[in-house]
Design a protein around this ligand. Structure first.
Ligand code: ZN
Length: 335
């Protein structure tokens, strides 16, 4: 493939032989077995995206059952661990620590160029368009400290607060003057950013409502997530090696994203899928398991045409918002 280093993060690591992805999976399987042995799982009565009670069994991954919403087709784990247990898992899991330290460090310079800078630019430009570029920015579950440094250098936010950091940010706080906030006053925030967060929460709607309360009128929320409507996930489903519980409990569909934004009290201002790896991930899956069934036209494009067709297909997926890696910006509506 023409593009080598990308914005998809975990998805990118999967197709790089030296990335540590296999070690991550092994550690995660071990952590999850211990975690599930003494964690209470709670059945969801309704779809976490659209609120419909209609759901059908879909698949099982690492002993977690996923169902599919009969209305919006969001794919979600049910039963699932509650938030407190999840927070503890995310804080203590060897797999997640391994990921955040060794893998992130190994790819630091590429990640800065291809993951952090585009996110900082996206937030700053969109906030500027909606006159939210000053005031307070809150970053939830921070795992990209470098992106915050860029926001601070290039932006004009008066303060940047970090809520529930997912990685160690001691240096960031000591050197750069960022603050970790345990409580944030409602109605005071211009911008909330939550990258790869919504899919790992017990209750995504409660999170959106919480953000809605924190934002000032017209404030913006920036989210990135994986969508089950995207090309590789909709084809591979449980065979997607990067679809992993409990960090992926809710895989929103295209419709589910719209419903969740609306139910949270927001209007969607931007929806894009800049993911660049869908085709590469399906090709990788086919190499591992040639028996995977594909729709005839996709089968032909992937197995019987050359790299140019693969690249054109990925370009099309991006343009048509059909990649699995989704970026969302939404604005708080008056309640
Ligand atoms: Zn639904």
């Amino acid at each position: 493939m023409r593009r080598v280093v990308i914005q998809d993060d975990l998805r990118e690591a999967q197709i790089r032989p030296d990335s540590g992805f296999n070690t991550y999976i092994e550690l995660l399987e071990r952590d999850l077995e211990v975690f599930l042995a003494d964690t209470v799982l709670v059945e969801l009565d309704v779809c976490p995206a659209c609120g419909s009670p209609d759901a059908f069994p879909d698949f099982e991954k690492m002993r977690i059952s996923y169902v599919r919403c009969g209305q919006c087709r969001t794919c979600y784990a049910s039963p699932r661990p509650e938030m407190e247990a999840l927070d503890q898992f995310y804080a203590e899991s060897d797999a997640i620590q391994y990921w955040n330290s060794s893998v992130a460090e190994r790819t630091a310079s590429a990640r800065k160029q291809y993951i952090f800078s585009p996110r900082a630019t996206w937030v700053l430009e969109t906030a500027g368009v909606h006159q939210q570029e000053d005031g307070l920015l809150v970053d939830f579950y921070t795992k990209y400290p470098v992106y915050l440094e860029e926001l601070k250098t290039k932006g004009s936010f008066s303060r940047i607060l970090i809520r529930k950091p997912a990685v160690s940010i001691d240096e960031l706080v000591a050197v750069e003057g960022f603050e970790v906030a345990n409580k944030i006053e409602e109605g005071t925030v211009s911008v909330v950013a939550a990258f790869e967060v919504i899919e790992r929460l017990f209750d995504p709607l409660a999170f959106m409502q919480h953000i809605h309360r924190l934002l000032r009128p017209g404030g913006l929320v920036f989210l990135t997530t994986l969508s089950i409507s995207g090309f590789d996930l909709s084809i591979l489903r449980e065979n997607a090696r990067n679809l992993l519980p409990p960090t992926h409990l809710t895989l929103l569909s295209y419709e589910g994203i719209h419903r969740l934004i609306e139910r949270g009290g927001f209007s969607l201002v931007e929806f894009s899928t800049p993911g660049q790896l869908d085709v590469a991930l399906v090709l990788d899956a086919l190499q591992r398991d040639p028996e995977i069934a594909l729709p005839p036209v996709i089968d032909s494009a992937l197995r019987r045409r050359g790299e140019n067709v693969h690249e054109d297909l990925q370009d099309f997926l991006q343009k048509a918002n059909l990649s699995s890696h989704v970026w969302i910006a939404a604005q708080k509506l008056a309640s």
